[in-house]
Every structure is written in C-alpha cells, then in structure tokens.
Design a protein around this ligand. Structure first.
Ligand SMILES: Nc1ncnc2c1ncn2[C@@H]1O[C@H](COP(=O)(O)OP(=O)(O)OP(=O)(O)O)[C@@H](O)[C@H]1O
Ligand SMILES: [Mg+2]
Length: 451
C-alpha cells in the first residue's frame, strides 16, 4: 500500500495525540494533528485527509458530531473512532453513523496498523475505479466506445469495474458487435495500459501454427522454423492478451493454454526452459460458449478459467437507440481516416438505417457509412448513398428480411450478405459457416474484416 497518505489525528489528550502521531510517522504516513473538534473540523475541510482518527469524548464538537459532519461532506474520508470509554453502544452508534472502525484506548499498534492498511487499500481501489471512470468518460468524448442505451451503459460500468483488476474476462456477442473494442477499452483502463495489447485470432491461424503463434518457437523446432520467435504471451508480457475466437482453438492447444494460464509460465516449442510471463488474459467468442462446450469444441476447464467475468454484447438491433450516436461517431472517424471534410446524414437516410436489422452489427454499420461517404458527392449522406439492401427493405415495406440477395446489390455486397446469412444459420459458428461456403475459416475471417 502506498505510504505517505494523509492522516489526521484528533484528540484533546496531548499524550495520546503525540504517541499516535509518532507511531504513524514511524510507519511513514503523512500525519497532521488537531487538539479539539473545532480545529479538527477545520483541518478536515481544508486538508482533505484520507483517514481521520478521532477521539470520541472531547469538548463540543465531539467525535460523533465530527463523524456526522464529515459524512455529510461526502468526501470519502475514512473515519476511525477512538475511545477510552468504549462501550458496545457507542461503537454501534459510530458504525451506524458510518465510522470505518472503532478502536479502544490504549490503542493496540498492531490493530491500528491492520485497520489503516485495510482502509487505505479500499481507498486505493476506489481511486483506481474513479480513474477508470474518468478515462472512460474522456475516451467516450474522444469517441472510442459509443453507446448511451441501457445495455451499453451496463457494459461500460462492467468495463470500469473489471478493468483495474487482473481477472480474466470472457467477451461474447455476435459478429461485429464490438468485442474487440470492449477488450481494448478494458486494456486502456487497466493498470497495464502502458504495456502492449496483443490480439490473436484463433480462427484465422492454421491449426499447425497456432501453438507457435501463442507460445513461440525455437529455431529448427519444426520445418519452417528458420529462426526463434516469441509467441503472443511473451509479446503481451506486462500487458493484455486477447484470445479472439477462443472456441476455434484445437483441443490439445486448449490444454496447453490452460497450463500456461495456471502457471504463468510459457515454454516455446522446442525449448527446454520455461519463461515466466505476467499477462492479463481476455477472451472473446461469437458463439455461445456453453453450446461450444456441449459440442465438444471448448474445454470446460478452460472455459471456467476464462469466464471469471462475462461481458455479453447485444446485437445492434437490440440497441438501435445508439444508432444516431454511432453514426455521428463513425462519420467523424471515417471522414478523418479518408481525409474528407465532415459530412452529415439526412433524416431519411437515418430512418432507413433505423429500419434495418443489421445482421453484421456495428461493423456492418461502419462499412455502410464508409461506402456512403465515398460514393456521396454532397456534404450530406442521403438515402441514395446507402446500399440497395437498405432501400430495398424499405420500399418492400419489409423491415425484417434485409439479408435477401436480390438484383441491385454489388457482387461484394451479395457475398457479404450470403456470409452473414450463413453465419446466422450456423449460430455464428465460423468453422461450420466456412465449410458450407466452401472456403477456409481464415478466408472467411479475412472476407469479414475486409468488408
Ligand atoms: N460501441 C461501439 N462504439 C464505437 N465503435 C464500435 C462499437 N462497437 C463496435 N464498434 C466498431 O465496429 C467495428 C467492429 O467492432 P469489433 O471488431 O470490436 O467487433 P467484434 O465483435 O470483435 O467482431 P468479430 O466477431 O467479427 O471479431 C469496429 O470498427 C469497432 O470500432
Ligand atoms: Mg473481433
């Protein structure tokens, strides 16, 4: 626990005040003293100590009165009450009034030390949480993670809650819902933000290479291993590793992965020595993990290790309230990316967007906006800049089946629709969808990203 925290001791008994002050100084705290309630109150207000240790019985205002006033300040000060006349009754009263703890005189230094450490620990975690909240708010203003709907707000508070810890988080949600952006936001708000964020997509890497990708390899350990390479765990050391599409990982690799997670040590392929690594692990999947377990794709022991905290992102059609905000954010972002002056969007185009069901979620929205920005010649995106599928679903008066492939679509759009439809029909199982489409999972993955 960080020492040097400000502690205020209030006692009208000189000896007690001196003794406590010396003791706390010897523990490297930054100590201030007050010899009565009035002086104590003035110092609480002006110096904002982290902890107040106050005598109970003093000329007015007494300890309980001070405690009451301090609680009313609502400044998060921890209050430890001391009394030479300790009775259960006053202890109960002090606790009711919000005292952190109650110590009897003469003070037992060991207990005082424990109480202080506990409340300073609590103070520190509250501080981290606040820092995280602020950063998230600022990042929101910068336009990173967008969403004011109830569902998105819940996700934001989950993110701020889990970010400061080192707990594993499993992020679930359909394709393009924002799993990676959630993972990056957790990293950005965590104590390891200064270190690297590494994302490895288990579905996009051929099975024969996945272990080398994750754990690294030594030169000559297999054909093609012409030189030694670090794996993702080493690359992410001190930072965050996102295991994307974790359900697509081959079973033997899952066993090895679990061991690395348990032991915080990694052995490169072909190496003798194990390398200690300190990595915050996040995992994402666009499948329902419980189904993947039932289907024998995901090992349950690995799942339990990863699923300490679960963040499930709803599909875009379930938080369409965020559509306007998302549009503004994406337009600004994409105009910057393409070096174009900022465009607006006309109400009719927005209405068409609200009618669409967005099977490809926020990624589809982003692609739609990007395409519209590039084809529109005016300062405003209008309905005619939107892909046929949005217009078609509107003119047909049909707002549910907008994944149909019909004349008016470009080949690229038709391909994208077909991929999304196939994914939907396989419950987002990319391996299965790739089989049906007659392409490799890697190709499917690349096609989705390219869109
Ligand atoms: N809430 C959001 N605010 C801002 N941008 C978002 C949000 N959600 C998603 N996006 C954007 O949508 C795109 C897709 O998001 P992301 O890559 O995180 O999705 P994903 O769930 O990981 O998709 P996949 O399952 O295909 O891997 C990205 O460009 C991302 O920046
Ligand atoms: Mg992703």
């Amino acid at each position: 626990m960080a020492k040097g925290e400000r502690i205020l001791v209030i006692d009208d008994d000189d000896r007690v005040r001196e003794a406590l002050s010396n003791l706390l100084k010897s523990w490297d705290y930054n100590v201030d003293v007050a010899c009565n309630g009035t002086e104590g109150w003035a110092k609480i207000v002006s110096t904002h100590p982290v902890v107040v240790i106050s005598d109970l019985r003093m000329p007015e205002p007494g300890g309980l009165q001070l405690l009451k006033q301090t609680r009313e300040l609502n400044s998060g000060v921890y209050f430890i009450v001391l009394s030479g006349h300790g009775s259960i009754q006053t202890a109960v009263e002090a606790t009711k009034l919000g005292a952190y703890s109650f110590l009897e005189k003469p003070v037992d230094p060991g207990r005082l030390q424990i109480e202080l450490r506990n409340c300073l620990d609590r103070h520190e975690s509250e501080r981290q949480l606040q820092i995280a909240h602020r950063r998230l708010r600022d990042m929101g203003a910068l336009g990173k993670f967008v969403g004011r709907s109830k569902g998105m707000q819940e996700i934001m508070s989950l993110i701020t809650m889990v970010a400061p810890s080192s707990a594993s988080v499993l992020i679930t949600g359909a394709s393009g819902t924002g799993k990676e952006i959630v993972a990056r936001t957790i990293h950005e708000l965590s104590p390891c933000r200064g270190h690297s964020f590494v994302a490895v997509n288990c579905a996009a890497i051929p099975e024969t290479l996945i272990e080398s990708e994750l754990f690294g390899h030594e030169k000559g350990s297999f054909t093609g291993a012409v030189e030694s390479r670090m794996g993702c765990f080493e690359l992410a050391d001190g930072g965050t590793l996102l295991l994307d599409e974790v359900g697509e990982m081959p079973a033997p690799t899952q066993v090895k992965l679990l061991r690395v997670l348990e032991e915080s040590k990694v052995r490169r392929i072909g190496a003798k020595a194990e390398i200690p690594v300190s990595v915050r692990v996040l995992a994402a999947t666009n499948r329902v993990p419980e189904d993947a377990i039932k289907a024998g794709k995901l090992r349950s022991d690995l799942y339990y290790r990863l699923n300490v905290i679960r963040i499930n992102i709803p599909p875009l059609r379930e938080h369409l309230e965020d559509l306007d905000d998302l549009c503004s954010h994406l337009i600004a972002d994409l105009c910057r990316k393409h070096n174009r002056p900022l465009k607006t969007i006309d109400p009719e185009a927005l209405m068409l967007m609200r009618r669409h069901t967005w099977p490809g979620n926020v990624r589809e929205l982003r692609n739609t906006i990007e395409r519209a920005l590039l084809v529109s010649h005016s300062e405003m995106i209008t309905a005619k800049d939107l892909p046929a599928v949005l217009n078609a679903s509107y003119s047909a008066g049909n707002n549910s089946d907008n994944s149909r492939i019909e004349v008016g679509l470009t080949l690229d759009e038709a391909e994208y629709r077909l991929i999304l439809q196939t994914l939907a029909s396989t419950n987002n199982n990319r391996t299965r969808a790739a089989q049906i489409l007659g392409i490799t999972t890697k190709t499917l993955y690349n096609k989705l990203k390219r869109q």
